[in-house]
Design a protein around this ligand. Structure first.
Ligand SMILES: Cc1ncc(COP(=O)(O)O)c(C=O)c1O
Length: 361
């Protein structure tokens, strides 16, 4: 039987909020004189809740409708939590590299988790293509399904208007927003909301090497949550003033520093964003900088927070540089940390297609 929350309301009183509502707004913490953290328990709750509530309101999520999505990350967790509160079945299509702790939690929340076979990784399009195929089959199986489509649904970025409002109400005008980029929803949506009041507010996106998001070629990536192999429709490149790329090891080291310096126990995408935000804040002491920290550290206790695991990492021993290397072409960005002045341009203005017959770069 699916769990239902006990009633917490008495007539005439404000209800105690559900966990999924309480999880939405970040805690805003001061890390340095001009550096603030927007610290989320589970950032993906923002778009998950917004998208599902809208679907509910306009009749796309009636009882009996199954919520389906392809995800192996925190968006699935947010959907599964919402499934409990809305009393809807959730079916998630994932792959063999899904984190086991997350998998157990999803199952405990009553979600069905389907995994494409490991052999799918060898096929063209890899897991991503195999997951989409399986999702299409799942949708045929049920009479009514609703798919939130976080990568293309404009309600993903739109949902962050409330985060921007919360930041502005609490901190006042913000000069720079820094955050990791996956679907693009959180950075594009929050930056748009901040710029409605502070048009000069800069947006700095943090990506990883071999991610296609900001013009690099697709390749093997270890960091999860930021960086992508396929371009998400929700990434509006024109939002970004600067882009940084960092290696997983640099992100892990920064994650530990965030914990050691500020007692903030967060995941590695938070560490990557913190690295960049701190660097920018120190170079721009008069700018008020906010950094997005999307999830907590519990899932990474056996990896990022384990000294033995970290020192056995293939990049262990690579010192974190004081500064990134500034490049004039994203395709030439060197590891372990590089930056490029994106200048709020569309992708095709930054990465001009190579003329036919030109030698490869
Ligand atoms: C832990 C974590 N950090 C960062 C991101 C990137 O956020 P967005 O998809 O809004 O770009 C994600 C996205 O799934 C994530 O799970």
């Amino acid at each position: 039987m699916r769990g239902r929350l006990p009633h917490t309301t008495r007539p005439g009183r404000r209800a105690a909020v559900e966990a999924t509502e309480a999880y939405q707004l970040p805690r805003l913490l001061r890390l340095e004189p001009n550096l603030y953290a927007a610290c989320f328990t589970l950032m993906k709750m923002v778009p998950a809740r917004h998208i599902l509530r809208r679907a509910l309101a306009d009749g796309r999520l009636d009882p009996g409708t199954v919520i389906v999505e392809t995800t192996s990350g925190t968006f699935g967790l947010a959907l599964a939590m919402q499934g409990v509160h809305l009393d809807r079945r959730v079916v998630l299509v994932s792959d063999p590299v899904i984190d086991e702790r997350l998998h157990r939690r999803l199952v405990d929340l009553g979600a069905t988790v389907l995994r494409v076979p490991a052999s799918a990784g060898e096929r063209p399009g890899g897991y991503q293509a195999a997951r989409l195929e399986l999702l299409a089959r799942v949708r045929e199986e049920y009479p009514a399904t609703f798919c939130p489509e976080q990568y293309t649904n404009p309600d993903n970025p739109r949902s962050y208007a409330m985060v921007a409002e919360h930041i502005l109400d609490t901190l006042g005008p913000v000069d720079c927003l820094v955050g990791p980029v996956g679907s693009g929803g959180s950075m594009c949506g929050t930056a748009a909301g901040l710029r409605a009041s502070v048009p000069h507010c800069q947006a700095i996106g943090v990506d990883t090497f071999a991610s296609v998001l900001f013009g690099q070629e697709d390749g093997p990536r270890e960091l999860r949550g930021l960086g992508m192999g396929l371009m998400p429709g929700n990434l509006d490149h024109r939002v970004f003033d600067h882009v940084h790329w960092c290696t997983p090891f640099v992100a892990y080291t920064a994650t530990r520093r965030l914990h050691q310096r500020h007692a903030l126990f967060m995941g590695p995408t938070s560490g990557a964003a913190y690295l960049v935000a701190r660097w920018f804040a120190r170079r721009n002491p008069h700018a008020r900088v906010v950094v997005m920290l999307p999830d907590e550290g519990y899932r990474y206790q056996d990896t990022v927070y384990d000294d033995a695991w970290l020192s056995a990492h293939e990049q262990a021993g690579v010192a974190v540089p004081e500064d990134p290397v500034v490049v004039d072409d994203p395709r030439t960005a060197p590891q372990p940390w590089a930056t490029f002045a994106w200048g709020r341009r569309p992708l095709n203005e930054v990465i001009a297609p190579a003329p036919a017959g030109a030698p490869g770069r």
